[in-house]
Design a protein around this ligand. Structure first.
Ligand SMILES: Cc1ncc(COP(=O)(O)O)c(C=O)c1O
Length: 382
């Protein structure tokens, strides 16, 4: 066989996916708390817009940067909801935020550059860095600092190869929300070392205080690239629509790159995204309240069961730093599925800082979340 580069063959497989496969393979029912996917479908007007677009025959290519009306609607949403002042020309529609993050990393690094990624953090950042032949450098999010990015801890990790500081707020897996002052300090750090700040705001509207998480872009508009998604806010994960916004020169570069990466995002899915922004927003508010109720119930259950936990302020995950008693995290999570009928994500899949922890998804019915936590507590004491 011809050569397959070692670094691509060695890309680590997501521990969450491994758990999903195991849960599917079980003969009996398993409580599914491992995956980060809303347990709802998009409101009807969104699905209808996509169906109408297909039926109208809008099945051709669209512009590399996305359809103009969606870029306009995204710019308006960024201004009104996130306080980010951009023109439609500064918005690129991507195939989910994963693809938006990947094209950004590819566009802003050359081989051998370094990208600072959170640990614990979403494992796909490191994968995307490796695909770009860049090196992911983990910066720790420590419980002593409330699992928030600390500029003083990050600064010593910066070298002359560092190009990007990646910040994710609200965080997957921790549910932390970074406040304005800390964002300003991170922007200042990026400024001082001439880095791009790549801000993953996939869960921007899933917060439990106020209606939106603060964004760094208004603080340093020339330095920040923001990535927002329709996936979680409107339960549209499979439709694959998100948007990257930032300085015009960057967006123009990324737009050219899209031609050779995906050409364009699925046109009818873009129409669904447009309907999501232009239609009623009650679904967003309703889901925010639903996740908050689940968060409160899950935190109360964890307290009752004596499970160490970090109370999330956003996103839809509960982080349980259980410590040494779980032993090998992947093995513990396997045992939870096979012997106790509950699937959670092993903390180790989110980086070295996740050893001894598990992540419980709150994108499930309250009774399932509570039953899952009870089974987890039983497994720990058994
Ligand atoms: C932190 C974070 N960023 C980005 C994504 C990707 O979302 P999508 O590509 O569906 O927009 C996810 C999905 O789980 C996530 O948790």
């Amino acid at each position: 066989m011809a050569h397959i580069p070692r670094e691509m063959q060695d890309l680590p497989r997501s521990g969450i996916r491994a758990l999903m496969d195991l849960a599917w393979a079980q003969p009996g029912p398993v409580i599914r708390l491992e995956v980060g996917q809303p347990d709802r479908i998009p409101p009807e007007h969104i699905r209808q817009a996509m169906a109408d677009s297909v039926m109208a025959g809008e099945t051709g290519y669209t512009p590399n940067a996305g359809i103009p009306e969606l870029r306009e609607a995204c710019a308006a949403k960024l201004r009104q909801v996130n306080g980010i002042d951009v023109e439609p020309s500064q918005v690129l529609i991507s195939a989910g935020s994963m693809q938006g993050l990947s094209v950004s990393i590819l566009g802003l690094t050359t081989a051998g550059d370094e990208i600072l990624v959170p640990d614990p953090g979403w494992p796909n950042y490191a994968m995307a860095a490796r695909i770009a032949r860049a090196t992911p450098v983990a910066y720790p999010l420590r419980s002593e600092s409330g699992y928030l990015p600390d500029p003083e801890t990050i600064e010593p990790l910066i070298t002359d190869r560092t190009r990007i500081l990646l910040v994710n707020s609200p965080s997957n897996p921790l549910g932390t929300v970074v406040d304005q002052d800390r964002l300003a300090a991170l922007c200042e750090l990026a400024e001082r070392h001439d880095l791009w700040l790549l801000s993953d705001e996939c869960y921007d509207q899933i917060v439990f205080e106020g209606e939106v998480a603060p964004s760094p872009a208004p603080i340093a508009p020339d330095r920040v690239l923001s990535v927002h998604s329709f996936s979680k806010t409107y339960a549209m994960t499979g439709l694959r629509v998100a948007y990257v916004s930032g300085p015009l020169a960057v967006i123009e570069t990324l737009t050219k790159m899209q031609e050779a990466l995906i050409a364009c995002v699925n046109g009818p899915a873009q129409k669904a995204a447009l309907a999501a922004l232009e239609g009623p927003q009650d679904f967003v508010a309703e889901m925010r309240q639903t996740y908050q109720r689940r968060r409160d119930r899950a935190v109360a259950a964890a307290e009752e069961l004596g499970l160490p936990h970090h109370r999330p302020d956003g996103a839809f995950y509960l982080w349980l730093p259980l410590g040494d008693r779980i032993g090998d995290p992947m093995e513990f999570c396997r045992r939870l599925v096979v012997e106790h009928g509950v699937a959670v994500a092993p903390g180790s899949t989110f980086g070295a800082g996740g050893a001894g922890a598990v992540r419980v998804s709150l994108a499930a019915a309250e009774e399932d979340i509570v039953a899952g936590l009870e089974r987890l507590a039983a497994a720990l004491s058994g």
